[in-house]
Design a protein around this ligand. Structure first.
Ligand SMILES: NC(=O)c1ccc[n+]([C@@H]2O[C@H](COP(=O)([O-])OP(=O)(O)OC[C@H]3O[C@@H](n4cnc5c(N)ncnc54)[C@H](O)[C@@H]3O)[C@@H](O)[C@H]2O)c1
Length: 236
């Protein structure tokens, strides 16, 4: 097989952007899907909750870059509210982007991987799924479901050459984290949190990108169904 093609959702910002840059640097063909339009090369504007948009754009990517055998699902939104105040619309929106977006993208790229008898899927979940997080019940429910989806698909797809793993980030310095700090949603500043983090620093998007690059590499062909926490030791 020639140069492999990777699709990274949420590739317009933060963690997804760092993953796209890292995979590009490693020589893969990389396309990003994001709801925010971008002038970057191979950046496609897509809402991952729309299967129609996904299918259309993946068709264009296949024409331009060939079959897609690597998928990283990083598109996500957070929610922050007391559980009693989460109405069904808000609940559904968070589940829709994080969980259903992941479902749609995996199902839409899978035929390429099955045909190639090789594939790598990495789902970006969240360290909040480890022990729960107050005021984020919908988000934590969605991210926990992504971890479960990851394990189930690993069992189903291992025999056809496809590995499926999850990387739950913890406390990574991205626009999402900065927004949460500004809105006082972190229970302290980023500096306060650094003092509570064993490695005494905030995570960088590149830390998550490095874990993804490893899980995609041939060195990781015996690793599937794993939830690889990248969180500076905050969750052990
Ligand atoms: N930053 C952290 O500390 C942290 C911690 C745990 C989990 N995460 C997860 O990591 C992933 C990336 O987060 P980030 O911190 O880089 O956030 P970010 O907000 O910087 O990036 C998220 C990207 O997803 C895109 N997106 C959102 N909804 C979309 C949709 N419907 N369709 C297509 N694109 C959409 C946004 O436009 C944005 O570019 C998310 O899934 C998030 O839940 C982040």
């Amino acid at each position: 097989m020639g140069v492999k093609t990777a699709v990274v959702t949420g590739g317009g910002s933060g963690i997804g952007q760092a993953i796209a840059q890292r995979l590009t640097a490693e020589g893969y063909n990389v396309a990003t899907l994001d709801r925010t339009p971008s002038e970057e090369k191979n950046a496609y504007t897509v809402d991952v909750t729309s299967r129609e948009q996904i299918d259309t754009v993946l068709g264009a990517i296949r024409e331009d870059l060939g079959p897609i055998t690597i998928l990283v699902n990083s598109a996500g939104i957070v929610g922050n509210a007391r559980f009693v105040d989460i109405d069904f619309d808000a609940w559904q929106k968070v589940i829709d982007v994080n969980l259903h977006g992941t479902y749609h993208c995996i199902q839409a790229v899978l035929p390429d991987m099955l045909k190639a008898k090789w594939g790598r899927i990495v789902n970006i979940s969240s360290s909040s799924a480890h022990a729960g997080q107050p005021y984020m019940a919908h988000y934590v429910a969605a991210k926990s479901a992504i971890n479960g989806l990851t394990k189930s698909l690993a069992l189903e797809l291992g025999q056809v050459g496809i590995t499926v793993n999850a990387v739950p980030p913890g406390f990574v310095d991205t626009p999402l984290l900065r927004r949460d700090e500004e809105l006082n949603r972190l229970g302290g500043t980023i500096e306060d949190h650094i003092l509570r983090t064993p490695v005494r620093r905030v995570g960088k998007p590149e830390d998550i990108a490095a874990a993804c690059a490893f899980l995609i590499s041939d060195d990781a062909s015996y690793i599937t169904g794993q939830i690889l926490g990248v969180n500076g030791g905050r969750n052990t």
